[in-house]
Ligand binder design. Structure first.
Ligand code: ATP
Ligand code: MG
Length: 397
C-alpha cells in the first residue's frame, strides 16, 4: 500500500492490535481500483466509538450516535465508522436508528452501490461481496440488493447514482434505472441541503453531460427544487461542461431563463450567502460583458478569482465567443485591484468643493474615478486625480 493508504495503516494496525477488525472502505477503495485521485480515507471497524476514543489521542466525535468519529493523525483526518446496520430514513436526513454490529458483511450490505461496498484490509486484499470489482470494470453503477427497496430507504441514493455517473462517466444498470423510475417521486421528501450537495457534485463532474442526460431521460426534473418550476436542462445539455461551484450553476440557470431570478434559486436550494453573492457578481459581469465585451473593467469586476468561472460560463452560454487569454492578460495589468487602492478618497473631494453639501455626488465622483483608473484613462496619482475632478466638477443639482 502506498500514498494516503500507507499513512492510514497506523490507524488500522492500532485498532487491530486492540483486538478489533478494521478495513479501508467505500470511495477510497473504489478510487484506488479506478486509479483516481484518492479523496478522504474512510475506515470501517468493529470497535465502537468509545473504544476508538480510547485508542487515539486526537478524536473528534462528529457523529457518535451514528458510529462515526474523526481520528486526526499526522495532520490528516480519517473518518472511522463502526460496523452498523440502519433503519429507515423517515426524516429524509438520518436513519431513524442504527445498531452497531461486529461483522463486516452486514456493514457492506447497507452501502448504496456495489462499487462503494468494497473493503480493503491492511495488506491490500479486497473484500468484494457484491461484484463491485466486476461492475467497476464494466463501468456500471448498480445498487447493493433490491434497488427499489434501497432507494425507498434513502432516496438520496437516486441522486448519488446520477452524480457518480457524472463524476465517473459510468452507466446505470438496467435494474437500477427501473428502480429509480419507480420510486423517484420520493426525492421530494429529502432535506433540500442534501439534494443541493449532490446537484453541486453532479454539475462539477467530468461527465456532467452524462449525469444530466439521466436527469432528463428519467424525468427527475419534476421532483427537484428549481427544476420542477422551470428546467432548462434540455436547453444547455448540448454545451454543458463541468462547473466548479453552485454559484456558477445558479448563474447559468438564470442566464438560460432570466425569468427565474438568482434569489429564488438561492432560496429554493438553501444556498449560503457567499454562494448568493458570488452568483450575483458573476451575473453582473456576464451582463456587462454582453454589452462591452472583454475589457479591463470586466477583468476588474471579476476580481479576485472569478475569471475562470466567467470563461466556463461563457463557454456554455455562447461557445467560442470569448478570448480567455485576453481576459487573464488584462487582469494581470490592472492598475488597482480594489477601490481602497485609489489614491483619492471622499474627504479629498469634499475639500475641493467646500461650498457644496455632502450627498450622493461624492460617491458618484469616486465611481467615475475608479472606472477611469481601471480603464487606464488616468493615472492613480493624487494630483492627477484631483486635476481630473477639477476639470470634471460635480453637476449642480
Ligand atoms: P466521494 O468521493 O464523493 O467522497 P464516497 O463514495 O466516499 O464518494 P461518501 O458520501 O463519502 O461517498 O460516503 C462514503 C461511503 O459511505 C460510500 O462509499 C458508501 O459506501 C457509503 N454511503 C454514503 N452515503 C450513503 C447512502 N446514502 N446510502 C448508503 N451508503 C452510503
Ligand atoms: Mg468519501
Amino acid at each position: 500500500l502506498t500514498g494516503p493508504f500507507k499513512d492510514a495503516l497506523h490507524i488500522i494496525r492500532t485498532i487491530e492490535r486492540a483486538g478489533y477488525q478494521a478495513y479501508f472502505v467505500g470511495g477510497c477503495v473504489r478510487d484506488l481500483i479506478l486509479n483516481r485521485t484518492i479523496g478522504d480515507i474512510d475506515i470501517t471497524t468493529s470497535a465502537t466509538p468509545d473504544v476508538i476514543q480510547g485508542l487515539f489521542a486526537n478524536v473528534i466525535p462528529v457523529g457518535i450516535e451514528h458510529g462515526t468519529v474523526i481520528v486526526r493523525y499526522n495532520k490528516t483526518s480519517y473518518e472511522v465508522t463502526t460496523f452498523r446496520v440502519e433503519g429507515e430514513y423517515s426524516d429524509g436526513r438520518h436513519p431513524d436508528s442504527v445498531s452497531f454490529i461486529d461483522q463486516l458483511d452486514k456493514d457492506l450490505e447497507r452501502r448504496d452501490f456495489t462499487m462503494n461496498a468494497l473493503a480493503m484490509d491492511k495488506s491490500g486484499d479486497i473484500v468484494d461481496l457484491f461484484g463491485g470489482k466486476a461492475d467497476l470494470k464494466k463501468r456500471v453503477i448498480r445498487t447493493v440488493g433490491d434497488g427499489k427497496k434501497r432507494f425507498k430507504e434513502d432516496p438520496l441514493r437516486i441522486l448519488r447514482a446520477l452524480r457518480f455517473s457524472s463524476q465517473l462517466g459510468f452507466d446505470l444498470s438496467i435494474e437500477t434505472i427501473q428502480a429509480i423510475v419507480s420510486v423517484k417521486a420520493e426525492i421530494e421528501g429529502l432535506a433540500v441541503e442534501r439534494i443541493t450537495k449532490e446537484l453541486e457534485k453532479l454539475f462539477a463532474g467530468d461527465h456532467v453531460k452524462m449525469g444530466l442526460q439521466y436527469v432528463s431521460e428519467l424525468q427527475l426534473e419534476e421532483h427537484l427544487p428549481v427544476f420542477q418550476t422551470y428546467s432548462p436542462v434540455e436547453k444547455f445539455l448540448h454545451h454543458i461542461k463541468p462547473l466548479h461551484s453552485l454559484a456558477e450553476v445558479i448563474c447559468l440557470l438564470h442566464q438560460m431563463n432570466p425569468d427565474i431570478d438568482i434569489r429564488y434559486i438561492v432560496k429554493a436550494w438553501k444556498c449560503s450567502n457567499h454562494t448568493w453573492k458570488t452568483a450575483e457578481r458573476l451575473n453582473e459581469a456576464l451582463e456587462y460583458g454582453k454589452i462591452h465585451g472583454i475589457d479591463r473593467w470586466l477583468a476588474y469586476l471579476l476580481l479576485p478569482d472569478l475569471h475562470e468561472a466567467y470563461c466556463r460560463l461563457m463557454d456554455i452560454i455562447n461557445p467560442n465567443t470569448i478570448d480567455c487569454t485576453l481576459l487573464h492578460k488584462l487582469k494581470a495589468e490592472l492598475p488597482i485591484s480594489s477601490r481602497q487602492e485609489m489614491l483619492i478618497n471622499g474627504n479629498d473631494i469634499i475639500e475641493m468643493f467646500p461650498t457644496r453639501n455632502r450627498g450622493p455626488w461624492i460617491q458618484k465622483k469616486l465611481n467615475e474615478l475608479e472606472k477611469q483608473i481601471v480603464l487606464g484613462s488616468i493615472n492613480n496619482e493624487k494630483s492627477t486625480l484631483k486635476d481630473w475632478v477639477k476639470w470634471n466638477p460635480p453637476e449642480v443639482n
